[in-house]
Design a binder for this molecule. Structure first.
Ligand code: ZN
Ligand code: ZN
Length: 265
């Protein structure tokens, strides 16, 4: 069985003690690739560490970009540094995570919006797809993506809506703009009927799965540190939900990922 964790954070200090084992456990569990999303301060060495982790392991790819929490840190110098990181390694295959987070509001909203649009444009110039984070800001996220990526062109692969937390209508708005929809472990939570309602409108060829580890541990490991090998629990849950075999869902989401990024595993 081939699985892919489309969004993880294994470059963080939560994995410093046992990163090799975590990657090996994932590989042993059928996870053939992981996309490690770089986060942190673009004026520090945070993103060098992101790229170094991807360089260390065959099956780990990475992205760089400034999270909406840190949008206030995005400036010319940050942009220059991140572009340098993209050019430093073939393992950097996406820009993100970028977007809007109006739940935490760690950066002022107008600053988040500016940083979001600016990074979309930079990613386009570099011909990289974007990884989108959106929390309590779904209408504005869709509006910005529509303005920056619309009108949709057939077959364009623009980005991934990660840890999908929106409505069915949001998923339906994003897929024609060239976005894949990625579900994390929270889709398995008892109270997440709203997420499952959205999952119902996502066809299997637009679907990805992720851990967003170390956060959002899926049932039955809720409460412990999440890691890429746990992506199988979200895969199992969604296979049941869609009424398909686990192997089928695993292969389909893996193909979606490798086609999207045009990578050979
Ligand atoms: Zn996120
Ligand atoms: Zn993330």
């Amino acid at each position: 069985m081939n699985l892919i964790d489309s969004h993880c954070h294994i470059d963080g200090e939560q994995f410093d003690a046992d990163r090799d084992e975590v990657v090996e456990r994932a590989r042993a569990g059928g996870v053939v690739a992981m996309l490690n999303i770089g986060t942190g301060d673009p004026h520090s060495d945070d993103f060098r560490r992101t790229v170094a982790v991807a360089e260390r392991y065959d099956n780990v790819y990475c992205s760089v970009g400034v999270h909406p929490h840190d949008a206030k840190l995005y400036d010319d110098k940050a942009e220059e540094h991140l572009i340098e990181m993209v050019k430093s390694s073939k393992k950097v295959i996406a820009w993100g995570e970028i977007g809007l987070d109006y739940y935490y509001d760690h950066s002022p909203r107008d600053v988040q919006r500016d940083g979001f649009r600016r990074q979309i444009r930079t990613a386009k110039e570099l011909d990289l797809p974007v990884i989108i984070h959106s929390r309590d800001a779904d209408d504005e996220t869709v509006e910005i993506l529509r303005e920056e990526f619309g009108p949709p062109e057939g077959g364009t692969q623009n980005g991934i809506m990660h840890c999908f937390g929106g409505t069915a209508a949001m998923a339906e708005a994003l897929m024609p703009l060239g976005f894949l929809i990625s579900f994390a472990g929270n889709v398995t939570f008892k109270k997440a009927d709203n997420l499952r309602e959205a999952a119902r409108v996502v066809p299997l060829d637009k679907l990805l799965i992720e851990t967003d580890c170390p956060f959002l541990t899926p049932v039955p490991f809720r409460g412990t540190r999440n890691e890429p090998s746990f992506v199988v629990h979200t895969a199992k849950f969604l296979a049941d939900f869609y009424g398909v075999e686990l192997e089928y869902l695993a292969e389909q989401t893996t193909t979606n990922f490798t086609n999207f990024f045009r990578i050979d595993l």
